[in-house]
Design a binder for this molecule. Structure first.
Ligand SMILES: Nc1nc2c(ncn2[C@@H]2O[C@H](COP(=O)(O)OP(=O)(O)OP(=O)(O)O)[C@@H](O)[C@H]2O)c(=O)[nH]1
Ligand SMILES: [Mg+2]
Length: 398
């Protein structure tokens, strides 16, 4: 089964917590609590040996390992393992229906769900300000993200034509594909791929479902055919002289008009126009005539294909600017003289355990150093207003 669309739920690993412990030497004691391990992150990694999502389709939720909590005596927690999910080149990543990346390069890894940072132990929290900390940080929580992946195949040649024109028969004749053929329309309902060993290199050829009028508006399998064209280098338009509804010129016009209406950039892709079924006695001198069934004219078609220098041809797809997936740092909600601050920065300020007095001092210090007070001032906070920062509450002092 060919799968070009999947929804995945991804969960990164949580960070382990730092520990609070002390080494005593005589009357002196010094902090030696280790730090927690980072949680595992989830990456997408392109693999040029796969052409669709069938390998991840059945397992649609992925979890990376948690980081381990730290121990005493300088013992840091182990980091959780990162998880790499293999995807085909040509994958678009969508979050909340918005495309955030399109991956067109070989062998790249793309961080999609970052693991929680491990919490610092009291050893790592030693500072001039607090040389003997009795506090440690909790690890950051797991992050959850739902993504959809959509594929636009990267191929050298795509075969287009009306239903029943012999596209699947052709891909079977010239490649190793075992596409299903049939004497009825819509035999093919998802792309078939095959490799043609040309003199230049192995060419990936794709046989698509039959195009019908209105495909560009989504009629038939319109979208699922047309979306694969922007990443192909050459088009074979396969015309069927035995079609009783449309003559050859009408078929050509229909194909051109549907694909160019879908995306006018597609008109930049070079085309080989071919009439099939020459064995039925319908040769037409304006086109290249072949019989996918008897192999008549296939040599000539291959000569035509070999004339293109595939390694120099580009696809019409423009590379996509990746949008960074940074979380919003913090958000402020005001209710009269109460200010509630949430978000990742707020969590990083307050994720502390240990001695209450030290915890409070550390939170105040981190809060003052952050960009939050400036923002609150801009919004008109007054001295004595109540601040709720995650689970901590305190009065605002200028
Ligand atoms: N006589 C003759 N019949 C052919 C030739 N090529 C294909 N056919 C026949 O045409 C019919 C359709 O062939 P397919 O290869 O399934 O056509 P298709 O374009 O893939 O069709 P869809 O997937 O339905 O769009 C089958 O009965 C084939 O045997 C040919 O060169 N000569
Ligand atoms: Mg077919």
């Amino acid at each position: 089964m060919f799968v070009d669309n999947v929804e995945l739920s991804l969960l990164s690993g949580a960070g382990g917590s730092g520990s609070i412990s002390f080494k005593s030497k005589g009357t002196k004691s010094s902090p030696n609590g280790g730090s927690g391990g980072d949680g595992g992150s989830i990456y997408f990694k392109t693999d040029k040996k796969i052409y669709d999502f069938s390998s991840i389709y059945s397992n649609s939720s992925f979890k990376a390992e948690n980081g381990e909590d730290a121990g005493k005596d300088f013992q840091d927690g182990k980091s959780g393992k990162d998880l790499f999910i293999s995807i085909p080149i040509g994958t678009s990543i969508l979050i909340n229906n918005e495309k955030v990346a399109e991956i067109l390069e070989e062998d790249v890894s793309y961080l999609i769900c970052e693991g929680g940072k491990g919490g610092k132990g009291n050893k790592e929290l030693i500072s001039k300000r607090n040389p003997n900390p009795k506090i440690s940080e909790s690890g950051e929580k797991r992050k959850k993200i739902n993504v959809s992946l959509q594929l636009s195949l990267i191929t050298d040649i795509a075969i287009l034509g009306l239903p029943n024109s012999g596209k699947s028969t052709l891909i079977k004749t010239i490649t190793n594909s075992n596409a299903k053929t049939g004497s009825y329309p819509f035999t093919t309902i998802s792309p078939n791929l095959g490799v043609f060993e040309s003199k230049q290199k192995n060419l990936l050829i794709c046989d698509l479902p039959g195009l019908i009028e209105g495909a560009s508006e989504g009629v038939g399998m319109g979208d699922s055919i047309l979306k694969h064209l922007k990443n192909t280098k050459v088009l074979i338009m396969l015309l069927d002289p035995s079609n009783e509804e449309y003559n050859l010129e009408e078929q050509l016009k229909l194909i051109e008009s549907e694909i160019y209406k879908h995306n006018k950039e597609l008109s930049k892709i070079p085309v080989i126009k071919v009439v099939n079924k020459s064995d039925l006695g319908f040769e037409n001198n304006n086109y290249l005539n072949i019989s996918a069934k008897s192999s008549h004219g296939i040599d000539k078609l291959i000569e035509n294909i070999e004339e293109f220098e595939f390694s120099k041809l580009n696809t019409v797809n423009k590379s996509f600017e990746k949008i960074s997936l940074e979380n919003e740092d913090f958000s402020i909600k005001r209710e009269n003289d109460r200010w509630e601050i949430t978000g990742q920065l707020a969590e990083r300020i307050t994720n502390l355990n240990g001695n209450e007095y030290d915890v409070f001092n550390e939170i105040s210090y981190r809060f003052e150093k952050s960009g939050i007070p400036a923002e609150l001032e801009d919004m008109g906070i007054n001295k004595g207003d109540l601040i709720k920062l995650n689970n901590s509450e305190f009065e605002y002092e200028k």
